[in-house]
Every structure is written in structure tokens, then in C-alpha cells.
Design a protein around this ligand. Structure first.
Ligand SMILES: Cc1cc2nc3c(=O)[nH]c(=O)nc-3n(C[C@H](O)[C@H](O)[C@H](O)COP(=O)(O)OP(=O)(O)OC[C@H]3O[C@@H](n4cnc5c(N)ncnc54)[C@H](O)[C@@H]3O)c2cc1C
Length: 424
């Protein structure tokens, strides 16, 4: 039974879906945003917003004023090989010189409400079960059930374009045969929260080596750790590992996390009494591991399109950017009067993503293949970290924190490298 129709229907109100819904509504395009949960809902994440993510929020007109409790961070503090270095976010034309962080439980609700205020028809508690396809295979809508009543009959929502922004589950992409590319990198990470004195830090803390005991004198654990101040006296603490393919790593991340926790400095206060919430884990689909990003009326956004950076596990900025681009190309497509002409416009969504990120993600794949070998990572940390100019360049590369047009010599080196490699 068809219960509603719209120009666009979006599956998932994470950052990708909400950004798309906001921009589409601003273009005056009738948009239904379906979310299986009810807000506020949790999402396993490090909650870190790099300057690239903040620049996307600024573009959306989504306010993050310090006066309303939004924390700011001004760079990365990295620890490894007995060294500690601080690399401030640089002054760029394309990004602000600060980042932020907010628990996703709050951020995602704010973004969804923002999209709603822009005019999107947000429907919470609606689980999308399958795409609707016509005889040619074109996706013309979605089937939905109430999350609270899985036995209820499915209803149909029809649309001219359907967006899969359902995160790592990629519900519609999978249902239409867009399999993940096993040869692209994949991350897995765990995180929890602590009330901690580190909550007052204004840098993103990054631990490049995790030790099972005394640093340098015990077993080196797999993975890299972080502690991000998220406001209200809390830090988001987690660790993740990166693999150059989607094969399971066999690592017991909870065990590694607990071992790491037993060996962190006591003054950080990462104790059971200070822990807020349980340890949760999730996967990070990287480097465009699921394609095509457009085909047969279906666009893949954010994690559903494998848009997490293999360099640092960041996905919010790219989820927001994909929402922005998807909306822009749909607005153009709706101005054309044949399906063939609309499809031609939407091929540009895919082309634009590749132009913006394809070379960068190929470099990320090379990076992933190198650092999954602990001996190479150890050498990089030991000899690289004490070299400030090198580290500035590396941090720009790792956090996608460079101007793609113009910029300083480092930005130009990174841009040249991204152009020298095939696009992911
Ligand atoms: C442990 C961990 C730490 C991370 N740390 C960071 C970090 O610090 N900074 C950063 O930038 N990125 C980080 N990431 C990556 C980041 O979380 C993701 O890249 C980001 O959430 C992608 O946004 P999205 O909108 O594509 O998907 P999601 O945020 O996953 O949103 C998808 C939405 O779709 C909904 N949904 C799913 N299926 C359906 C369905 N069938 N019907 C209806 N709704 C559905 C879900 O409920 C959800 O609301 C981390 C990831 C992990 C796992």
C-alpha cells in the first residue's frame, strides 16, 4: 500500500541523511527522511569533528557557538616512540583553524531537527526494509515498517530519487546488489566515555602506540587510541585498528581496550567509577568500498558509500559533504524532463565525489597497507614524530586538512600526490 510520495526519500537520519534533507528542503524539494530510531539515539563514534567537518557545518548554516557549550579543539597532540608532539590546526582558506566534538546522541538529533526546521518531513521509528523497483530495475521508493512493530504490514513510500544514508548497514545498496569491495580498507573501533581531567584539553589526543605494560618495555598492542574532550567534563576514549582489506582482523578489541586501560596514567581517571556508558564497537567502511554511488535512481551517501577516510577513521565530514553534493545534483536533475537526462546529471554526483576524494583515498589505501605492518608503523613513529616539519605535513595529510586550491607548499605537495595516483 502506497502511503506517501515525495520527490526524494532518504533512508537514515545520521549526518549524511540529515545534511541531504536540509539542503534538499532548502532547494524547495519535497523530502521524506526516514529514521529507524527515535531521537535521541546513540551512535558508536569518536564524536570528533575536525576542521573539515566544522567547515561543512558552517556551510549548512548549522550553528556551533562556544557560548552554548560547543567545545573547540585547536589541533592534534600525538604520543608515540617516547615523544609527544602538538600540531595546531593550520590557517587555511577552506577550513577554520578549530575543530569540535559533541556526543553523537546530541549531534545527530540536532542535525535531524535542523533538517526538519528546513522543511524535511522527518519520520522517526520507521525502518526501511527494502527498495521498491520497477520492471527496469529502477528504484522508485522504499518499503517501510514501524520499528516498534516488526510484524506490521509493510507500507510503501514512492519517490523520484532514493538516498541510502543508512550507514554501515547500507540497507538499500546491499538489497540492490552493490556489494562491498573486499579489497578496500576497513576499520573497526571501540569507544566509551569517562569523566576525566582530560576533558579540559583543547587538543585532539592521539595515541599512536598502545602498550600492554610500561611504554617501550612491554607488548605493543594492535591499534591506535584517542581521547576527545566532548564537553560536560567527559572524554570519548577509544581505539581502532585499520586493515587494508575487509578481511576480519581476529583482534579482540574489548580485551585490547581493557589491557590498555590498565596501563594508562592514573591521573587521567579512566577507571570503572568514572566510566559513563558501556564499551561499544562498530565498523568503519573506507575509501569508497561500495559503489556505484549513483545508479537506477539510488544514491549512496556517507558510510553506505564507504566514505570514511582510511587515514584517520573520520567519516562525519564526508557524510555531510555527500549530503550536500547529493542535494545539489538532485536539484539540477529535477530540472530535466527525461530520465536519461536526469541520470546524466546524477552521474556527476559520483564524478564529483571521485574528483574531490578519489586520489586522496587512493593515497589512504597505500597508507593503510603500510601501517598495518607494525614494524613500519613503529619506525615511522620513532623517527618521524621528532621532526616537526615532517609531522606538520603528515598531520595535514592524515586529517585532510589542506587547501586543495592554492595553499602553502605542503598543501601543494599533497594535492600533487592526490593527482598523481589513480582515483579510488
Ligand atoms: C568507534 C568509531 C569511532 C568513530 N569516530 C569518528 C570520529 O571521531 N569522527 C568522525 O568524523 N567519524 C568517526 N567515525 C565514523 C562515523 O561514525 C561515520 O562515518 C558516520 O557516522 C557516518 O554517517 P552516516 O550518516 O553515513 O551514517 P550513520 O551515522 O551510521 O547514520 C545512519 C542512520 O541510518 C539509520 N538507519 C540504518 N538503517 C536504517 C533503516 N533500515 N531504516 C531507517 N533508518 C536506518 C541509523 O539508525 C542511523 O541513524 C567513527 C566510527 C566508529 C565506529
Amino acid at each position: 500500500m502506497v502511503v506517501a510520495s515525495a520527490d526524494v526519500v532518504i533512508t537514515g537520519a545520521g549526518p549524511a541523511g540529515s545534511a541531504a534533507a536540509h539542503y534538499l528542503s532548502r532547494y524547495g524539494i519535497n523530502t521524506i527522511l526516514l529514521e529507524k530510531s527515535e531521537f535521541p539515539r546513540d551512535k558508536t563514534c569518536g564524536d570528533g569533528l575536525t576542521p573539515r567537518a566544522v567547515s561543512e557545518l558552517i556551510r549548512m548554516g548549522f550553528p556551533i557557538p562556544e557560548a552554548e557549550g560547543w567545545v573547540r579543539n585547536y589541533g592534534i597532540r600525538a604520543y608515540g616512540g617516547g615523544h609527544t608532539i602538538e600540531v595546531p590546526w593550520p590557517e587555511l582558506a577552506s577550513q577554520p583553524n578549530y575543530g569540535s566534538a559533541l556526543p553523537r546522541k546530541e549531534l545527530d538529533e540536532k542535525l535531524a531537527r535542523f533538517a526538519q526546521k528546513s522543511g524535511a518531513d522527518l519520520r522517526e521509528g520507521c525502518t526501511v526494509t527494502a527498495p521498491i523497483q520497477d520492471k527496469t530495475g529502477r528504484i522508485t521508493g522504499v518499503k517501510v515498517i514501524p520499528t516498534a512493530d516488526k510484524k506490521a504490514p509493510e507500507v510503501e513510500i514512492k519517490a523520484k530519487f532514493v538516498l541510502d544514508a543508512s550507514g554501515v548497514s547500507a540497507r538499500l545498496a546491499v538489497a540492490t546488489g552493490r556489494e562491498k569491495n573486499m579489497r578496500r580498507p576497513m576499520g573497526v573501533a571501540v569507544r566509551t566515555y569517562f569523566a576525566s581531567p582530560l576533558a579540559s584539553t583543547d587538543m585532539m589526543e592521539s595515541y599512536l602506540e598502545l602498550w600492554a605494560g610500561a611504554a617501550g618495555k612491554s607488548e605493543l598492542l594492535p591499534g591506535y587510541g584517542w581521547a576527545f574532550a566532548v564537553g560536560n567534563g567527559l572524554v570519548n576514549v577509544g581505539l581502532g585498528s585499520l586493515s587494508s582489506t575487509a578481511r576480519p582482523t581476529g583482534i579482540n578489541y574489548r580485551k585490547v581496550f581493557n589491557t590498555w586501560m590498565q596501563n594508562v596514567p592514573p591521573e587521567w581517571g579512566f577507571t570503572a567509577e568514572n566510566q559513563r556508558g558501556s564499551l561499544q564497537s562498530a565498523a568503519l567502511p573506507m575509501a569508497f568500498n561500495r559503489k556505484p554511488h549513483y545508479g537506477d535512481g539510488l544514491l549512496l551517501l556517507g558510510d553506505a558509500g564507504g566514505m570514511v577516510s582510511p587515514f584517520n577513521g573520520e567519516g562525519i565530514a564526508y557524510a555531510l559533504a555527500s549530503g550536500r553534493l547529493a542535494a545539489e545534483f538532485i536539484a539540477q536533475a529535477l530540472g530535466r524532463n527525461s530520465l536519461a537526462a536526469q541520470d546524466r546529471v546524477l552521474q556527476q554526483y559520483e564524478a564529483e565525489l571521485r574528483a574531490e576524494l578519489g586520489g586522496y583515498y587512493t593515497l589512504g589505501r597505500i597508507f593503510a597497507a603500510l601501517i598495518e605492518r607494525p614494524e613500519i608503523m613503529h619506525l615511522c613513529v620513532k623517527y618521524g614524530l621528532p621532526r616537526p616539519v615532517l609531522m606538520k605535513l603528515v598531520m595535514k595529510l592524515l586529517s585532510d586538512n589542506y587547501d586543495r586550491r592554492g595553499g602553502d607548499w605542503m598543501d601543494k605537495v599533497i594535492t600533487a600526490l592526490t593527482k598523481a595516483v589513480p582515483k579510488a
